[in-house]
Design a protein around this ligand. Sequence first.
Ligand code: UDP
Length: 245
Amino acid sequence: MSQNTNDPRPFKRAILKLSGEALREPGSKDNISPEIVTRIAAEIKDAVDNGLELGIVVGGGNFWRGASASARGMDRATADYVGMLATVMNSLAIEGALSHIGVTCTVMSAIEMKNVAEPFIRRKADHQLSKGNVIIFGAGTGNPFFSTDTTAALRANEMGADIILKATQVDGVYSDDPRTNPDAVRFESVTFQHCLENRLSVMDSTAFSLCMDNDIPIVIFDLGPDGNLSKALNSQPIGTLVHCE
Ligand code: UDP
């Protein structure tokens, strides 16, 4: 157990945020790699079998990002709806892989599409999580101009999650950009306040505020290396813990 009194590990209930890009094999033209999704599902099963209550929010950036399409002339709200639908495709891929290995799970969509997903109903999702079933929150918040990071922060608050586990392509939060500053050091833990004052990027500002204001800690970790996801899901120290004072 960590010495940091603001460290919620070991935790009971978590929201895992996966970027859409995490589902793509680097360099591949396929938006979703079935092999990667299978590997992610296996690591999730292990943690859920150990008693973790898990909600998953997956992005859609492997297919589409509303802001990029808007910068190229498309109406932003429309582009964002396309992005939210992209997250549902990723959610279904994860649901399929989890179900295939015997994990009870459901996609709950913020945009109703009853032939492929249940509608998001907060109390129902909470109940399912309590029973040990995994919920995959599809279609973001259901609103344009938001991100799936914000969705993760929102659902974490609604579900009373102890923590958000944000899987990324970097192994934590650094004192500066490690790509441009070789002296940048990685924090094992850092406060929201420090991140804010030093403009350290953790999540977009809406998501960041939701977590900071409601005291939801975030672990930022690198999904790449085998076993990292297991460590994060099983409350082991990994990446950087961002927490309140
Ligand atoms: N999106 C949205 N509202 C939400 C969540 C997502 O409009 O509540 C749209 C937005 O266009 C975003 C896209 O869905 O660019 C994909 O989500 P995100 O960029 O967060 O995915 P990630 O980068 O995590 O793969």
